[in-house]
Design a binder for this molecule. Structure first.
Ligand code: NA7
Length: 542
C-alpha cells in the first residue's frame, strides 16, 4: 500500500477507508490515491469486482450494453478492453474488473477477505474507528462506503432452511466450484432479473425444474449479437460522444425518452412501441414514453402491449395466468431482459408453481412445502430472492455517528440521506449506491457511481484545501432533499408498486422509493450546484 500506516497499538491510520472494491470502490480508491491521500479499500470478497464477484450464478450477465457499462474517465482504459458481445456474461465482466484493478495498479491498496463489522465516529478525535471481523482496527478521517446497492442478500427467509437434505444456494453467494445440476430436481424461488437469468440458463440442463412464482414479471427480449473487430472499433470510436452524453441522460444510458404519448396518433404509438421492442434492450422502458411513469392510462396501454407480446409466446392460458402481470404497470419496477425465458415453460421438464395464493410455508428435508401441504421434492434449491437493497449493506455494519446514534436504528425508522451521499449525524461519512440517489433503479450503475465518487473526491479536496476537518449535512438540508426526493418519487407510479424499489420486499422496512427518480442528469446538476456554492447547507468544521 502507499505507506505502512499501522501504529504501535496495531491501529491502521488512514486518511480515508473505503468499504468495497467493486465499480465504485475501485474508482474512489484511484481518485483519492491520486490526491495523495493515505487510502485503502477493504472488501469481504476474495477478489475485486463487487457485484460481479458475488453474482456468479448460471446465466448472470449485463442488462446494460457493455460499451456504456464502463469507466469514462480514461480513454486509454476504455479502449484497452474489447467486449465480445452486446450484453456479456459475468465471467467476462469479472475479467474486465480485474483488468481495471490491474491497469490502475490498485491491488496494492486493497485488502481482500476483510469484512468491516463496525464503524464508530469518535467526537474527540473527529475520526472514524473501524473494526474488521478479524479484529483489525482502522482509524480514518473519512469513511466511504462503496458497498453496492444490491449486495445484502435475502438468503435466510424460510423456516426450516437448515433441515434441507439437498443443497441450497442464494444466487449472490453462488460457489466458485462448478455445481452439478445435471439430472437433478432443481427449484428456483424468485423470478426477478436474477431468477429469470438462472431459469433460462439451466432449464435444458437439469432433470426437472420447478419455478416458484409469486409476483408475475414483465419481461423484454434481449438481442445479444456477438461483436466482431469492426463492431468493437465502432463503439470505441464513440468514446468522446458517450462520455459527453451518458452523464446527462435521464438514466445514464445512451438513450433518452424520445417520444411524447400525447403527441402521437394511436397508429404511430404502436409503430414506435414495435420498433423499440424490436431493439432488444431496455429502451422500451428507459427511452420510449416518459408518461408511462406518471399517467395510469398510458401505463396501462404500454403494459398491455407487453402483455400481448408475452401472451403470443406463452400460448397456454394457465401459464399466462401465472406469469403475466395484471395488477401493476410495466416499468414500475425493474424490467429484466431475457432470452427464450418464456419458452422454457413449455419444456416437459419445467413446471411453474404459483405461490401467490398458496405461499411457501417452509423448507423441509425433502424440498419446498407450500400452504396447501404439498411438498415439492427437490435436490437443489436456488434462492433468487433478492436483496435488502440500498440500506442492507450498511445496516449490516454497526455504524455509529455522533451522540451514539446508530444508522441501523435511524434507517429502521426512516430512510434518509442528503443527496444519497451523506447522512445528518454521521460526519465525514460518504456513501455511494445508497438511498435517495439514482443508483441502481433507474440508472446505468457505472454512470451514477462515477458521478458520485467524483463528487465525493471533489468535496474532500475542497475541504482539505480549506483546512476544514469535518463535513456534515445540516438537518435542514437533509430535510429539503428528502422532501424533494419524496415529491418527485411520489408523483410516479413506481411509488405505488411493491418491489425492492420501495423496500416492500423486506418485512418492516420503512417504505420509500429508494432511488431518486428526478433523472441522472438532473441529480448531477443538483450535486454540482451544491459544490459550486461552497457546500452550502453542509456544516464545515475546522
Ligand atoms: P428481486 O428483483 O427482488 O426478485 C426477487 C424475487 O424473489 C421476486 O420474484 C420475489 O417475489 C421472489 N421472492 C422473494 N421472497 C419470496 C418468497 N418468500 N416466496 C416466493 N417468492 C419470493 O431480486 P433479483 O435478485 O432478481 O434482482 C435484484 C436486482 O439485481 C435487479 O433488479 C437488478 O437490478 C439486479 P415478489 O416479487 O416479492 O413477489
Amino acid at each position: 500500500m502507499n505507506e505502512v500506516v499501522r501504529n504501535i497499538e496495531g491501529v491502521t491510520r488512514l486518511d480515508a477507508a473505503i468499504i468495497g472494491a467493486g465499480v465504485a470502490g475501485l474508482y474512489q480508491l484511484y481518485q483519492l490515491r491520486n490526491m495523495g491521500m493515505k487510502v485503502r479499500a477493504y472488501d469481504a470478497a476474495s477478489d475485486v469486482g463487487g457485484t460481479w464477484y458475488w453474482n456468479r450464478y448460471p446465466g448472470a450477465r449485463f442488462d446494460s450494453e457493455a460499451y456504456i457499462y464502463q469507466y469514462l474517465f480514461s480513454e486509454e482504459l476504455y479502449k484497452g478492453w474489447s467486449w465480445s458481445e452486446r450484453f456479456p456474461g459475468q465471467p467476462e465482466i469479472e475479467r474486465w474488473m480485474h483488468y481495471v484493478a490491474d491497469s490502475l495498479d490498485l491491488r496494492k491498496d486493497i485488502q481482500l477477505d476483510t469484512r468491516i463489522i463496525s464503524a464508530r465516529y469518535n467526537e474527540d478525535t473527529r475520526r472514524w474507528l473501524i473494526r474488521t471481523e478479524d479484529g483489525e482496527t482502522i482509524d480514518a478521517q473519512f469513511l466511504i462506503t462503496c458497498c453496492g446497492m444490491l449486495s445484502a442478500p435475502l438468503s435466510e427467509i424460510f423456516p426450516g432452511q437448515n433441515s434441507f437434505k439437498g443443497r441450497i444456494f442464494h444466487t449472490a453467494r453462488w460457489p466458485h466450484e462448478p455445481i452439478e445440476l445435471e439430472g437433478k430436481k432443481v427449484g428456483v424461488i424468485g423470478i426477478g432479473a436474477t431468477g429469470i437469468q438462472v431459469i433460462q440458463t439451466i432449464a435444458d440442463k437439469v432433470g426437472e425444474l420447478t419455478v416458484f412464482v409469486r409476483t408475475p414479471q414483465f419481461v423484454l427480449p434481449m438481442k445479444n449479437p456477438k461483436f466482431n473487430e469492426s463492431d468493437v472499433k465502432a463503439y470505441k470510436d464513440r468514446f468522446a460522444e458517450l462520455k459527453k452524453t451518458l452523464p446527462h441522460t435521464f438514466t445514464g444510458f445512451e438513450y433518452d425518452f424520445l417520444y411524447t404519448w400525447a403527441a402521437l396518433t394511436p397508429e404511430r404509438r404502436r409503430e414506435v412501441l414495435e420498433e423499440i421492442h424490436h431493439n432488444g434492450s431496455l429502451k422500451l422502458w428507459l427511452a420510449s414514453f416518459a408518461e408511462m411513469f406518471f399517467d395510469e392510462a398510458v401505463s396501462e396501454e404500454i403494459s398491455e402491449f407487453v402483455r400481448e407480446k408475452m401472451r403470443a409466446r406463452l400460448k397456454d392460458p394457465e401459464l399466462c395466468d401465472i406469469l403475466i402481470p395484471k395488477d401493476y404497470g410495466f416499468g414500475t419496477h425493474r424490467v429484466p431482459l431475457e432470452t427464450n425465458y418464456l419458452e422454457v415453460y413449455h419444456r416437459p421438464n419445467v413446471k411453474a408453481v404459483s405461490v401467490k395464493d398458496n405461499p411457501i410455508v417452509e423448507i423441509v428435508p425433502e424440498g419446498v412445502k407450500t400452504a396447501d401441504g404439498v411438498v415439492h421434492e427437490l435436490d437443489v434449491i436456488i434462492l433468487a430472492t433478492g436483496f435488502d437493497a440500498g440500506t442492507g449493506a450498511l445496516t449490516r455494519i454497526d455504524i455509529q455517528g455522533r451522540d451514539g446514534r446508530s444508522l441501523k436504528q435511524d434507517w429502521g425508522k426512516d430512510i434518509r440521506t442528503t443527496y444519497g451521499m451523506q447522512v445528518y449525524g454521521y460526519p465525514n461519512l460518504f456513501m455511494t449506491g445508497a438511498p435517495l440517489a439514482p443508483s441502481a433503479a433507474l440508472c446505468n450503475m457505472t454512470t451514477c457511481l462515477q458521478q458520485q465518487t467524483e463528487w465525493i473526491s471533489d468535496c474532500i479536496r475542497y475541504i482539505r484545501d480549506k483546512g476544514v476537518a469535518v463535513i456534515e449535512p445540516t438537518a435542514e438540508l437533509e430535510e429539503s432533499w428528502v422532501r424533494h426526493h419524496d415529491e418527485t418519487a411520489n408523483a410516479t407510479l413506481i411509488s405505488k408498486t411493491n418491489s425492492w424499489y420501495t423496500g416492500s420486499n423486506v418485512p418492516g422496512k420503512p417504505r420509500r422509493v429508494l432511488s431518486y427518480t428526478g433523472g441522472v442528469g438532473t441529480y448531477r446538476r443538483k450535486c454540482a450546484e451544491v459544490a459550486e456554492n461552497g457546500y452550502h447547507g453542509f456544516a464545515l468544521t475546522e
